[in-house]
Ligand binder design. Sequence first.
Ligand code: MG
Length: 391
Amino acid sequence: MASSVAAVVVAAGRGLRAGGGLPKQYRLLAGEAVIRSSLSLFAWHGEISAVQAVIHPDDRANYNKAAAGLRLLPPVAGGATRQASVRAGLEALNAAAPDIVLVHDAARPFCSTELVSRAIAACGQTGAAVPALEVTDTIKRVDADGYVDGTVDRAPLRAVQTPQAFAFPALLEAHRRAARDGREDFTDDAALAEWAGLKVTVFAGESGNVKLTTDEDFAKAEARRIASLTDVRLGNGFDVHAFGDGDHIWLGGIRIPHDRGLTGHSDADVGLHALVDAILGALADGDIGKHFPPTDPRWKGAASDQFLKFAVERVAKRGGKIAHLDLTVICEAPKIGPHRDAIRQRIAEIADLSIERVAVKATTSEQLGFTGRKEGIAAIATATVRLPWSW
Ligand code: MG
């Protein structure tokens, strides 16, 4: 019979060292929280039946956002040390009594499906196995004054990573014993298992399975994640609103004085509506009317920036990134040119983009058709969206 396997994702640390104002496991990489990579890796892995996250109680809201839509056990609160947090996760899993448990640090978002499978296979053989890399740098011993004291033979050395895999009952028992003996100083589960007398073996780790700690780590990880967004999509959107009484219009998120207003259920921001449909089009995720039905009184007079924010969030939830937004406004009046940069700035703000990624253009229709007769304004938009490749 196949073993049942559970995963503990350790994310209770405060880890504010890398800046960004958030604990590092909740910082975004290309729009996705660092922790979500590990949670979804385990949640979707065919050999794993339960995923237990251990979080800091203050991070509950961040966690809920990062874990949205994934099939996970309810998170448990961690302790004062990493070791205490792992123990809390193991105790929470005890009712499910898995055969094998994988313990993984949330700050390693690039662990592959294959590495998880290798961890499970290695543990099935030996009962305790950790991913490791040979040390390729020359290692020196240095004294307190900064003088080299000797060169260490690196042949027997290994740099170890997570996920570390253990027979569940043995690891839980080792953790309980360590807690009873007042030992709270183990920095990884292998060290604790060694102390408890378990034989720990190593298997091949991955050089890409890095732990994010410094700002430089995050910058590299962001570039790596963006480079992985190979599913490039173009979406288009089109919208029209008719002129009616009024002294201003909303266009591209800004208020423009005019001798007419635009009629519509919301604020009739024809530019933002076209952009929303362009983004939803790139995601193949319905249209603005599906998500915000005009029959719903909640959207009466609503400011349209919330519709655009919604579409932008749908991209982030898919782990993607908007690369570019291009809006063309078609009308005889008002003149859009004087407002172009203000509109670009506002759209960039709403969509969390740099202004260089937002284009706004305007044209007339040479007095032809409804726009030519000044009966209303039309807008067309294109969105370029990058998503992780998945079938
Ligand atoms: Mg509309």
